[in-house]
Design a protein around this ligand. Structure first.
Ligand code: CMP
Length: 143
């Protein structure tokens, strides 16, 4: 079954959006298989966002993502990588469709509420930063 890594970012935790965001994925029918409430270290943030290391916004991105707790999650389901990105909306919240998570809650690309893996390969890499294999919970979602 396909898996993705979703992370509710510090701005969303501060604004009390955790429940609504998780609820959207639950109600869609995806299955939560791992979750942690953590504060990223500088090292974790640099590893996660390593592909952006040469971008001008990199230092600010690392500063922001380590500024407070995040909710790190693994979700499973059919086409969960692509569908969850549709549900999140465009990376730049000003371009995100109304009704999507970013379209509903954000306007600033530097405070865009949620991260989701952009491919199955990225999901595998990102999940390995946050979870040990034994932390993925085996259970059946029957409805
Ligand atoms: P995310 O989906 O977590 O993946 C990379 C992140 O980099 C992205 O969301 C934004 O939060 C951030 N980002 C991308 N472009 C910019 C930018 N121009 N300025 C600030 N942050 C950016």
């Amino acid at each position: 079954m396909e898996r993705t890594y979703l992370m509710i970012k510090p701005d969303a935790v501060q604004r009390g959006l955790v429940g609504d965001i998780i609820s959207r994925f639950e109600k869609k029918g995806f299955k939560l298989v791992a979750m942690k409430f953590i504060r990223l270290t500088q090292e974790m943030a640099e590893k996660h966002y390593g592909e952006h290391a040469d971008k001008p916004f990199f230092a600010g991105l690392v500063q922001y993502i380590t500024s407070g707790p995040v909710v790190a999650m693994a979700w499973e389901g059919n086409d969960v990588v692509a569908v969850s990105r549709e549900m999140m909306g465009a990376t730049h919240p000003a371009k995100a469709a109304p009704g999507t998570i970013r379209g509903t809650y954000a306007v600033d690309i530097g405070r865009n509420v949620i991260h989701g893996s952009d491919s199955v390969a990225s999901a595998e890499k990102e999940l390995a930063i946050y979870f040990e294999e034994a932390e993925f919970v085996q259970w059946d979602r029957t409805v």
